[in-house]
Design a protein around this ligand. Sequence first.
Ligand code: GDP
Length: 484
Amino acid sequence: LTSFTDEARIALDTLSGRASGLFAPSLRVGVTGLSRAGKTVFISAFVHNLVHGGRLPLFEAQKSGRIARAFLEEQPDDAVPRFQYEDHIDALVKARGWPESTRAISELRLTIEYESASGWGRMFSRGRLSVDIVDYPGEWLLDLPLLGKSYAEFSREAFELTELPVRAELSDAWRRLSATVDPGADADEMLARGLAESFTAYLRTCKLDERALSTLPPGRFLMPGDLDGSPALTFAPLPGLGDKRARSGSLHAMMERRYEAYKTYVVKPFFREHIARLDRQIVLIDAMQALNAGPGAMADLERALTEILACFRPGRGSFLTDWFSRRIDRILVAATKADHLHHESHDRLQAIVRRLADRAVKRANFSGATVDVLAMAAIRATCEGSVKHGRDTLPVIIGTPLKGERIGDETFDGETETAIFPGDLPAKVDMVFEQSDGKTQEEALRIVRFRPPKLERTAEGVTLSLPHIRLDRALQFLIGDHLA
Ligand code: GDP
């Protein structure tokens, strides 16, 4: 699968990466997750807390006062858009609104100057580490398995997935249109476009629908980046191909050629230029949304996570193994938005993520890297309290719901601070993975989106930083050992 030029280029990239590494140690940290998982918010909070000396008691270098300064520098890759950190912080801090979400790849270099923890290290000048943060849509990553699949296999699997109960109805229009098509008929641009649009609409409803499904390749159909409307994106699976070879000039041949072009011009370069050069990776998941949508969505999230992990540290025998120039040695699977739950449920959320990740690691033919899990809120938009309800005292979270958010009949105005009883996560992890019919509204979590918080004063009362839950644990795992 890997052509000679692919391998030669990877070797060159590795050499140049190593050479520059001799002068300024750098660590490439990938940040991914499906759309709206919280990537933009995570990176903004990560950088802001380091630059502004935020409260990070579990991030050892900061806690022990060894970080001299952290600042942004020019990024190493000129061809990759810069992560618009300043705009995102303006949105969060000045307007108290959420920033624009990730739509394509972007990068930011944060350089940290620190004192070494050992006396020996301190004798030689101050340490310096450049962290290159690479933000990219998880949807794009989920394309990597396509490299190992023929067009016929891709088509067969796409139709098999539509047979799952959660997807049957959502895919109905696309399947009915596909059933009217003869793959052996002459190629027709308008028909190809119609099929691609209908297929894309199905993928989009999977994502937007309250069922919150996760696995939806090809990723650029949902997150096209700058490829919108190009032929490499104008294809769709065709039904009933079996082992048939495509007749030249047929619709089948046209779709197959475009599928292969998508792999060659979109998926391979993305993998080679970005994924294969990462050292560390955080995968953000919106477990809360999936939990709320029920076991079907949880199973789908697990499938997506399995496929994502399989891309990072493929075990022996995987066609991806030869492609890596660096080896990702740590992966953090983190559920974001834990501030939507009372802290009593945080450990339960983490246990659920652990179960998801353990099963995904087992199924992913995965080897080597250390995988940890975390329930966190990169930005904490709520605080906690309790309210009396009859004789009971209920734990609540308090925040300002975004304008237009609703619970029952109540619609919020975006200005009023409100106490909300979010509901509990089940004590038994199994329950969230098991199909139980007749789930009542009372059992569902009450999730409303809150406005970002005001900045809080750090312990010293000097700087202002963004509040969070366990962001410091994430930092310690991802970069802490490089600041020793
Ligand atoms: P992306 O698509 O992965 O870049 O997702 P974003 O980072 O833009 O996050 C999507 C939305 O999730 C935001 O607009 C927020 O409403 C919400 N969100 C993300 N992270 C947090 C968090 O830590 N706390 C809270 N309360 N909401 C969050």
